[in-house]
Design a protein around this ligand. Structure first.
Ligand SMILES: Nc1ncnc2c1ncn2[C@@H]1O[C@H](COP(=O)(O)OP(=O)(O)OP(=O)(O)O)[C@@H](O)[C@H]1O
Length: 708
């Protein structure tokens, strides 16, 4: 063991301040103070000064008074003499422990203080670079660089992604300036709130992930930091500087797996106290010295008050200076603090050294209540209260909704007090419920409407198909134009009649009245060519009432008890021209007073707009055909018709018609009439709701009819 000044001396290595952060969370933890004595500098050696400080143990410093007398002993957590290297200081100061605690979410601070030129900046960052671009040799790097390396090493080993960011500020002449900002002379305000305590507004925090990145930030700030030369120090810092690393650990970190932590590691390089007379400061230097001393005095005052437990609970004047505001949490809050007191061994500096030693002695009796940093704590508390309130409200609303509707309604109708009891929120809930029910109802109605529309469409198609068959049957001999032959819509002769514009209207029935309905085509309800109605419709002034009237009139003729012959007696015999005729879709009336008439032009999209009317007309047409054919058959006119009629096709109408010889016209006619009767009967059964024949039974509702 080394012997110094006649006493055993053990070099302080490893984490000497074992107490640092090892106490339970929330327990009082004293500030750890490390004393470092720098070696004599060249100037002091030149002056032949003697050292008045002697390290008599790892934790004891003896001060030899000038002019003789008994030594005064000071005890600290660690005492390091001038022979200790930078690495030994790092290893023995307990900074590594601070790094670990910061990673666990604590707010940790290491700051150096002492008189000017005592080695504070040297301890934290090493010697000042000798020239532009020069770097500090690794062996001389200070606590900060070594702590950065240590932190990054630990972060890598943690395994979970940890967010690191750094901020760097200085307090120069009681003004806070951002050393990482492009505008370092811009002053930033110091604010306070319940969540964060004191903080610097708009202070830049730069994220980093590597040692090079954080070193870049440090050097950038050091370059901007204010320093001047005076008689005691060639590179004297004129401001207090705070370099803070913010450590954000997500949930799942090994140290605190259940919660997110926000640790902080802050390095504070205080400006040195100085006697203006000793430094020969003038002008700006003197102003700076004055501000430095004032803020250090405020710091000392706070520390003194913090020593008294009763005072500590009352009021600590942190607001006396920017420095004390920003160190409030480190001194008397929930942080963990390490102070490195730097002193010069020179006898000339002894009064200042004694001040520093007393200062440090007091500081190490100050305790903090170490707690992990949780900036969301107060917010979380508020949120928990809010959640509790919402839960209660939710319960109340559920109870209201569970009440029977009638009961609620009666309450609504009840007394005024009952109405007043209902909160606005409750009303809103009820309206929302009703709204939901109405929506559902609307949805159901809409879907049933869609179903009905689809069914209607199918029925219309079926009706069209029946019509087409009927027309095919009625005009077997007529060869449908290919483009219309397979059309699912009604093949009214009007729709295919060429040259209808030049020919008269397609009336096949005599007029029943003098109204507009008589100017409509019986089949398709299109206005007959040349009619007044057609002109009216062209002007889009015709109302649907006319159509209705017409249908009623036509349908009335088919009512039971009304003889069709009463209608048809007025009719001339009908001849349907076949493929042999030059105008295949021309319907000829053999009456002398009624000329051959071409049926009106196709009605277009209006066809589908009146399915019910169309239906009535189909039946009317069916009846008409049936009656006409029956008349022709019975009156023996068939033979008269035959000469102008084409030979009837064999088989279904889709079968191509083959012109050729007619073996027996009367036999064919009979057969054809039989087929027509069957089809008309079939159609009438379907339309009038009569039981279908065996042939029809396989046509289900909603199914398309097979082609004829
Ligand atoms: N332990 C040490 N070993 C060698 N040189 C040192 C040591 N401590 C300080 N020095 C030197 O002493 C001089 C003053 O040190 P430093 O600038 O760190 O003092 P300071 O306390 O920061 O002064 P100020 O308060 O004026 O900024 C520097 O040249 C520095 O290199």
């Amino acid at each position: 063991m080394e012997v110094r000044n006649g006493e055993p001396f053990q070099c302080p290595t490893g984490n000497q301040p074992q107490a640092l952060g090892e106490r339970a969370e929330g327990m009082e933890t004293p500030i750890q103070v490390v004393l470092r004595v720098r070696p004599m500098n060249q100037a002091e050696l030149r002056r032949g000064e003697q050292s008045v400080l002697h390290c008599s143990g790892p934790r004891t410093l003896r001060v030899s008074p000038l002019g003789g007398g008994q030594d005064v002993a000071f005890h600290f957590s660690v005492v390091m003499d001038g022979a200790r290297t930078q690495d030994e200081v790092f290893q023995g100061s307990g900074v590594q422990r601070l790094v670990e605690l910061a990673l666990r979410g604590f707010s940790c601070t290491a700051f150096t203080f002492g008189q000017t030129g005592s080695g504070k900046t040297y301890t934290l960052t090493g010697p000042s670079p000798q020239g532009e671009g020069e770097t500090v040799p690794p062996s001389l790097t200070g606590l900060m660089q070594r702590s950065f390396a240590c932190l990054l090493d630990k972060v890598q080993n943690v395994g979970t992604p940890i967010t690191l960011s750094a901020s760097y500020l200085e307090i120069y002449n009681e003004q806070v300036r951002d050393l990482l900002s492009q505008r370092p002379h811009h002053h930033l305000p110091v604010r306070w709130n319940k969540t964060r305590g004191f903080y610097v507004e708009k202070l830049k925090a730069v994220k980093f992930g590597t040692f090079e990145e954080v070193m870049e930030l440090l050097l950038e700030g050091l370059r901007r930091r204010r320093s001047s030369a005076h008689s005691l120090n060639e590179v004297s810092s004129r401001s207090h500087a705070l370099f803070t690393i913010h450590i954000q650990c997500p949930v799942g970190c090994p140290s605190r797996p259940k919660e997110q932590t926000f640790g902080k590691l802050c390095f504070v390089d205080l400006a040195g106290s100085e006697k203006v007379a000793a430094t020969c400061s003038r002008g700006e230097l003197m102003l700076e010295a004055s501000n430095i001393n004032r803020s250090l005095l405020a710091l000392g005052h706070c520390i003194s008050l913090l020593l008294d437990p009763r005072q500590k609970k009352n009021h600590i004047p942190y607001r006396d200076s920017k420095l004390t505001r920003l160190l409030a949490d480190s001194l008397g809050g929930s942080g963990i603090t390490l102070m490195v007191a730097c002193v010069s061994p020179s006898a000339q500096s002894l009064p200042e050294t004694l001040n520093t030693l007393r200062y440090a002695s007091r500081a190490q009796r100050v305790t903090t209540r170490a707690m992990p940093k949780d900036p969301l704590g107060p917010q979380r508390l508020g949120l928990e209260e809010e959640i509790q309130q919402l839960r209660q409200e939710n319960l109340m609303l559920k109870q209201m909704l569970e009440q029977p509707l009638g009961h609620r309604a009666s309450r609504r109708k009840g007394s005024r007090s009952g109405w007043a009891e209902r909160s606005l929120y409750g009303m809103l809930q009820e309206f929302m419920l009703e709204n939901q029910q109405l929506r559902e109802e609307k949805h159901q109605l809409r879907s049933s409407r869609d179903c009905a529309q689809k069914e209607k469409q199918v029925l219309v198609q079926q009706l069209n198909e029946l019509n087409r068959r009927l027309l095919c049957s009625a005009g077997r001999s007529v060869r449908c134009p290919p483009q219309h032959f397979c059309s699912p819509s009604l093949l009214c002769p009007c729709s295919v009649s060429p040259g209808h514009c030049q020919t008269p209207a397609c009336h096949v029935l005599p007029p029943l009245c003098s109204c507009h309905c008589n100017q409509l085509c019986l089949l398709c309800y299109a206005p007959c060519a040349g009619s007044q109605l057609r002109q009216d419709q062209a002007n889009q002034k015709e109302s649907t009432a006319d159509l209705k009237h017409y249908i009623n009139r036509r349908e009335g003729s088919l009512l039971p008890g009304y003889l069709p012959s009463q209608i048809f007696s007025e009719l001339p015999p009908l001849h349907v021209f076949g493929a042999q005729t030059k105008t295949p879709w021309k319907m000829e009336v053999s009456s002398p007073q009624v000329q051959t008439q071409t049926i009106a032009p196709p009605p277009g999209p209006n066809l589908k707009e009146h399915p019910v009317k169309r239906k009535s007309s189909e039946w009317a047409w069916a009846h008409f055909l049936a009656e006409t054919l029956a008349k022709e058959e019975t009156s023996g006119r068939a033979s008269q018709v035959m000469p102008s009629a084409p030979p009837l096709p064999q088989g279904p109408c889709s079968t191509p018609w083959r012109p050729g010889g007619v073996p027996s016209a009367s036999r064919m006619l009979e057969e054809e009439l039989e087929v027509l009767r069957d089809q008309i009967d079939c159609t009438l059964h379907l339309g009038q709701g009569k039981p279908p024949s065996s042939q029809e039974k396989h046509f289900g509702s909603g199914q398309h009819l097979p082609p004829c």
